[in-house]
Design a protein around this ligand. Structure first.
Ligand code: ZN
Ligand code: ZN
Length: 355
């Protein structure tokens, strides 16, 4: 399994003409060798791998790490330099988006005969295509979060504080097996719904409010992301109109997903519909983002995205309309791209729910 992930590094070995790639981003390390601890380094050549950790993690590494020799260090960069010299590597790629200037200087000093080649965030793209093992985990965590929201919905009533509802939801997720929450939940009711990232506040939810609930869980290192906008009591006509437009934009984008479509064209499906419905100025953020070992990863679904949708990608579709002084609606699902379309991982129904 991990070997097939490492095949994706071929293009970097080739295009940068590298002997090895040095990883410090713990998510990439987990992805490529299985280690889930909070300190370590990984050096991969075309045919071999070395995982380096300090004594706190040797036992854990012995059970988790596959297809790499485990080495214990006292000073990390000393051990890396020693290994590179020993293997006589002369061109090493490194994750420039995750390496500090200080570490880069130390490594350059310790490896005078070795060229250090900066590889930017593009390296994180290796994680954008999910394998079966990952899709199962992403399905599992998304199910946990969705069923947790459905389990606590009866507590979404007039007079409840946004923060209290957020805590109820988080506790339910933990009870259902999550290891934690994916981020500080957004619970934005009434006028606060106009803030796309309105974290739960002390505001009391009122009858007639639309409540935007953006939530997610973490389980086995994988994240989920979903947003439901729910009416507490009967919503007014304008709220219903806005909900209908966002729902249609969401449905159209999901129907358009297939391998080969450009991410920016997918964004346009929802964005053009919202614009043509008269709310073009009220949808400022991108349509979606990848989800995996991080809550936001590749690909980005936005007007500026260069990425192309491919089978195995997992990303969100989350159009929204935010009207200052009035409120807002966002509807978000996470999907996995299949051979000819997509499948939803998130499970809260997105027809307007009135509780
Ligand atoms: Zn979200
Ligand atoms: Zn999201």
């Amino acid at each position: 399994m991990l070997k097939s992930r490492r095949v994706r590094l071929e293009r970097y070995f080739n295009s940068y003409n590298l002997d090895a790639i040095f990883f410090t981003n713990l998510l990439n390390i987990r992805y490529l060798c299985g280690f889930s601890g909070s300190e370590g380094a990984l050096l991969l050549s075309r045919g071999a791998g070395w995982f380096l950790c300090d004594s706190r993690y040797t036992t854990q590494a012995n059970t988790e790490v596959s297809d790499a020799v485990i080495r214990q260090f006292v000073v990390k960069l000393d051990a890396v330099a020693e290994l590179v010299s020993e293997q006589k590597f002369s061109r090493i790629g490194f994750e420039s988006a995750h390496t500090t200037v200080a570490d880069f200087r130390v490594l350059s000093e310790k490896l005078p005969g070795c060229e250090l080649v900066a590889i930017g965030v593009e390296l994180d793209q290796i994680r954008s295509l999910k394998d079966q093992h990952e899709i199962e985990r992403l399905q599992d965590v998304a199910s946990c979060a969705s069923s947790s929201l459905l389990a606590v919905l009866d507590r979404l009533t007039p007079g409840v504080r946004e923060t209290d509802f957020a805590r109820e939801l988080e506790f339910e997720m933990l009870r259902q097996g999550a290891s934690g929450r994916a981020f500080d939940f957004i619970v934005a009711s009434g006028e606060r719904g106009a803030m796309p990232h309105g974290r739960a506040s002390d505001k009391l939810i009122s009858a007639g409010d639309l409540v935007t609930i953006d939530f997610g869980a973490v389980k086995d290192g994988y994240y989920s992301d979903e947003t439901a906008t729910i009416a507490v009591g009967q919503p007014d006509a304008r709220s219903r109109e806005i909900y209908g437009i966002v729902k249609e934009a969401h449905d159209r984008a999901i129907a358009a997903i297939c391998p080969g479509i450009a991410c920016r064209d997918l964004d346009a499906v929802a964005r053009d519909f919202i614009r043509d419905s008269g709310y073009g100025d009220c949808f400022g953020h991108g349509l979606g983002h990848g989800v995996g070992l991080e809550i936001h990863e590749k690909p980005v679904i936005s007007p500026r995205s260069e990425a192309i949708v491919a089978e195995g990608m997992v990303f969100t579709i989350e159009p929204g309309i935010y009207v200052p002084g009035f409120g807002g609606v966002r509807i978000e699902d996470t999907v996995v791209v299949t051979i000819n379309g997509c499948r939803l991982l998130t499970q809260v129904p997105k027809e307007l729910m009135i509780v």
